[in-house]
Design a protein around this ligand. Sequence first.
Ligand SMILES: CCCCCCCCCCCCC/C=C/[C@@H](O)[C@H](COP(=O)(O)O)NC(=O)CCCCCCCCCCCCCCC
Ligand SMILES: Nc1ncnc2c1ncn2[C@@H]1O[C@H](COP(=O)(O)OP(=O)(O)O)[C@@H](O)[C@H]1O
Ligand SMILES: [Ca+2]
Length: 568
Amino acid sequence: MERPGRLLLQSELRVRNAAYDVSLSRSLLIWKRRTSSPVYHPFRPRFCVPLFPRRPDPGVCHSVPVSEIISVREEEEENGSRQRDDGSWKKIREREGKDCRQAFTVLYVERCRQHRWRCAEVTFTCSDEAVCQHWVSSIREQLASNTSRPKHLLVYINPYGGKRQGKRIYEQKVAPLFTQAGISTSVIVTEYANHARDHLKMEAELKKFDGVVCVGGDGMFSEIIHGLIWRTQIDCGVDPNSTEEALSPCSLRIGIIPAGSTDCICFASVGTNDPVTSALHIIVGDSQPLDVCSVHHNNMFLRYSVSLLGYGFYGDVLSDSERKRWMGPARYDFSGLKMFLTHHYYEGTVSYLPAKGIIGTPRDATRCRSGCVICQHNGQLNSERSEKYEMDEASDSESSGEWRTIRGKFLAINAASMSCACPRSPKGLSPAAHLADGTTDLILVRKCSRFNFLRHLLRHTSKDDQFDLTFIEVHRVRRFRFMPRHCQSDSDLELDLHENSKRQIFSQICKDHPACGCAPAYSSWNCDGEILTHTAIDVRVHGQLIKLFARGIEELPVFEDLSNPCAI
Ligand SMILES: CCCCCCCCCCCCC/C=C/[C@@H](O)[C@H](COP(=O)(O)O)NC(=O)CCCCCCCCCCCCCCC
Ligand SMILES: Nc1ncnc2c1ncn2[C@@H]1O[C@H](COP(=O)(O)OP(=O)(O)O)[C@@H](O)[C@H]1O
Ligand SMILES: [Ca+2]
């Protein structure tokens, strides 16, 4: 609970022609109507921040955390009317009384429905120019003393992702907010796939920036983290391809402006896919650590993943949908339906190291939310573990007996390092997964009937538990391996040659008869929306390797009298 603290400034100012007591402390800006006694609004959450977008209500006490003030703007007087910094004319003087000489406008974060944030503003008028100046400089001083706010950002826009609106979204919705907040930007509109990754790896002068902004989908975000993680390792003298060395965490935060097809990384870390909300989280300098999985094949580095690593169903959906990019985001629904009807299963062996000593399980009712204590606790545990990393590597070996192995036929093998919530599935693939607990949830969907698989899929969109089915297993792990059956041994390989040729003939015949049940031997891995080139993989979680300009999904406000600073 935040209290106003020691007052830095207190004045009587006017808002829309009504007198207000306005006070500023290090933590809060409060404006309380003078003429009537303060009205406690029962539907105002903490800090009286309005729940729904509305114009400031002069009858109610308002307060805004200083950390959520975007900027303060002086209104200039000219010929009896006032002019805004942006040049638009407004007859504030006439409206607010002839004795008003100066005004200033505070832009701040206002919370709306479904975790959306908006930029709201309130204009205060003062009778004395010096008072007005004092207010503006005091608020600016408070904002400047906040060192977590970015001042210079490197922005990458994928003009090709989602509905191809990335450039328009950035220019119309995001850039004006950055300008208002006094953030300078260096913008790169990508010209080809991996442009952003390679620029970050080789060219970008990272010292000049306080963060990187990614305008695009999960695939574009993946490019950014590949560039940033690689560059960080090189700068810190760590071999980025090594399976033995602990990776160095990236210091630059990444902001995601959603402009892709799924945008699950943004949705699962902010609670909504809204460019303005994301821009505001960047401006206020939020920070949310994120786990990253590294994927290797035979000790050769393949890729990183932060959301979904999916073999079988989600791998097949992705491979099929890439050929239908022209359909936009709807390609996933089309390919999803097609792959559901095709109903392929795949044989293989999954081995995993259960996450030990951590709090939380994939079947918990609790969710990863802003300030998550489970992420804090397990994150601490992980950093202690990584200090004695070499010992852990030894205990990671099969000889320690901690590894568990499952052989079988699977419709899907999914590893969700975060909930993977997205508009298609607002609770996600693993609703209780954590953004920064150093683990991933390994979900095994064994071969079952189409009807049962549909039951499982439908539960991603309802309140029912998608894991409460006999053919589903879920384990919280910090490392796992997968080996498709046909890679298992030489004798298997011989058998495989024979079987594969048979299957290839069948798959030719059966391309148009997906219901006949003859399955290909291999699927591919969907790694945050990119196809992996190998099927046999070794995956390990690197706890809190990167940081986002986000704060996790905020709990819905608690209506608590005591937490209302206006009631004090
Ligand atoms: C019957 C309805 C079932 C709905 C089930 C929805 C489950 C959705 C879980 C989505 C998890 C998403 C994980 C994130 C993956 C992204 O990294 C990645 C890349 O994102 P980007 O394009 O922004 O770069 N996106 C994806 O791989 C897309 C996965 C989308 C899967 C959609 C599956 C739809 C299934 C429809 C089945 C229909 C059966 C209907 C039978 C009558
Ligand atoms: N200028 C570009 N032209 C073509 N592809 C690009 C460009 N910039 C990025 N990409 C690639 O586009 C792919 C999809 O990007 P993404 O932003 O995730 O959109 P979507 O969510 O629609 O898949 C990614 O693999 C990324 O590497
Ligand atoms: Ca995690």
